[in-house]
Design a protein around this ligand. Structure first.
Ligand SMILES: NC(=O)C1=CN([C@@H]2O[C@H](COP(=O)(O)OP(=O)(O)OC[C@H]3O[C@@H](n4cnc5c(N)ncnc54)[C@H](O)[C@@H]3O)[C@@H](O)[C@H]2O)C=CC1
Ligand SMILES: O=C(O)CCC(=O)C(=O)O
Length: 445
């Protein structure tokens, strides 16, 4: 494989898809050596087949707001690769959604899902619908209209969507309700469902909890733990909530959260009441974090700034892609950061990752750190298929096993000669080998 040549071809074909090209470049650079050492990959054109989605569905969504006005949005589902199992991945509802963003997310999802040890292929979907300021009935009408198009392409053994930015239990409920009405079946076609109708315990917490379990293993490579550590988080959504909850339980202190309007510094740290308040803040649909400082006056709100200038031991981006850049990384390093665990998908830019690697700071990518979310989605699928419910403890044990196994894979493929762990390389190689070998087994299709 000639990485440069493949990237040049992709850039020519998809010139405006910068996030997708960024995600592909990172994976190709990580796997280049192992790929070229195994000529069977080249002769089966594994990479050329892997970098293009199996198919993309794009559709118009028309819906009516509470005042009777008609709105039109675009919806998409990218079914990227199903070599190891049914297509699986979340649905993002955010005005920034476009094909480049969904393709990068779907591409990352292939390797992430492979790392979980469970049989799930990679997919992603979403719409440029903006949930900000919408009423519950408007969200319901949008979700129903979205599903009116998507239902024909998904199914419990074909493609199983779930949540992502802007899609939580409420939206999954509305989408699942419409799917069921159209398909006339009550099956595990979504994950992240409500507990009363087929959901799994711990799925809401799973991305955050899994991220913390993975970070705990990173710390343990240096005989370290969370006790007394200062942690900077971004975002205030589902993932930030789960991460904050588990870190606090393990004795760490979360001092920042953030939103598109700026960041909050809370020197005393988030306690359980403050963490519960995050759920309220997210459910308000205003997408601003500043009300936290009104509710808890000991905290300070810094408008239009990111949280990466504060002094912390561990940084965990939890909001969106490319939210931590090279300059942010330099600031974190100057302030003594020791570990960076990316919980958002592709939260760090290539320049930031370069800075962390150069400074030998342990940095792990989203596809490893946040895989607990889709991991527990896989466990939800298993429970649905068996028509049983596991207890909280049973799910949590399995989530620990999944995160431990991902960490072991990263060590196996990412440990360098001097002992430094390159988690990017480790996660990409481990995920790639499983998918590529499955593609070889199944012939050219
Ligand atoms: N929900 C899940 O199970 C999983 C989520 N993730 C990733 O975690 C991240 C957060 O997702 P959730 O917490 O589920 O979503 P959410 O909708 O609950 O929260 C998203 C947070 O990110 C912030 N945000 C979104 N877009 C932004 C932008 N353009 N600029 C600044 N802030 C922005 C929002 O203000 C909010 O605080 C995303 O990168 C998502 O892809 C990854 C794995 C699973
Ligand atoms: O639970 C899932 O199926 C997917 C969650 C997700 O979208 C992700 O891992 O980025």
């Amino acid at each position: 494989m000639n990485v440069k040549e493949i990237l040049t071809n992709l850039e020519t074909k998809h010139p405006n898809e910068k996030e997708y090209l960024q995600a592909v470049k990172e994976v190709l650079e990580s796997i280049e050596t192992i790929y070229n050492e195994n000529p069977q990959y080249e002769s089966a054109k594994v990479i050329e087949r892997l970098v293009e989605p199996d198919r993309i569905f794009t559709f118009r969504i028309s819906w009516i707001d509470d005042s009777g006005n008609v709105h039109v949005n675009l919806g998409h589902r990218i079914q990227f690769n199903n070599a190891i199992g049914p297509y699986k991945g979340g649905i993002r509802l955010h005005p920034s959604v476009n094909l480049s963003i969904l393709k990068f997310l779907g591409f990352e999802q292939i390797f992430k899902n492979a790392l979980t040890t469970l049989p799930m292929g990679g997919a992603k979907g979403g719409s440029d619908f903006n949930p900000k300021g919408k009423s519950d009935t408007e969200i319901m009408r949008f979700c129903q209209a979205f599903m009116l198009e998507l239902w024909r392409f998904i199914g419990p053994s074909t493609d199983v969507p779930a949540g992502d930015i802007g899609t939580g239990a409420r939206e999954i409920g509305f989408m699942y309700g419409m799917y069921k009405k159209l398909q006339q079946e009550n099956s595990g076609v979504f994950t992240g469902k409500g507990l009363n109708w087929g959901g799994s315990l711990i799925r809401p917490e799973a991305t955050g909890f899994g991220g913390v379990y993975f970070t705990k293993e990173m710390l343990e490579t240096k005989n370290d733990d969370f006790k007394g550590k200062i942690i900077a988080l971004s975002g205030f959504g589902n993932v930030t909530w789960g991460v904050a909850l588990k870190i606090t339980e393990l004795g760490g202190k979360v001092v920042t959260i953030s939103g598109p309007d700026g960041y909050i510094y809370d020197e005393k740290g988030l306690d359980n009441d403050k963490i519960s308040y995050l759920l309220q803040l997210r459910a308000s649909n205003n997408d601003i974090v500043s009300p936290y400082a009104d509710e808890f006056p000991e905290a300070t709100f810094y408008p239009n700034e990111k949280p990466w200038g504060v002094k912390c031991d561990i940084a965990m981006p939890c909001a969106t892609q490319n939210e931590l850049n090279g300059e942010d990384a330099e600031k974190l390093i100057a302030n003594g950061v020791q570990y960076v665990a990316e919980v958002s998908n592709m939260g760090c830019t290539p320049e930031a990752i370069h800075e962390f690697h150069k400074a030998k700071i342990l940095y792990a990518p989203g596809k490893a750190v946040n895989a607990g979310g889709v991991g527990v989605s896989g466990l939800e699928m298993s429970q649905n298929a068996m028509k049983i419910n596991w207890t909280k403890e049973e799910v949590d044990v399995k989530l620990h096993q999944i995160m431990h196994s991902i960490h072991v894979s990263c060590l196996k493929f990412g440990t360098e000669e001097d002992g430094y762990i390159n988690y990017v390389k480790g996660a990409n190689i481990a995920g790639f080998i499983k998918v590529a070998d499955s593609m070889l087994d199944q012939g050219v299709i």
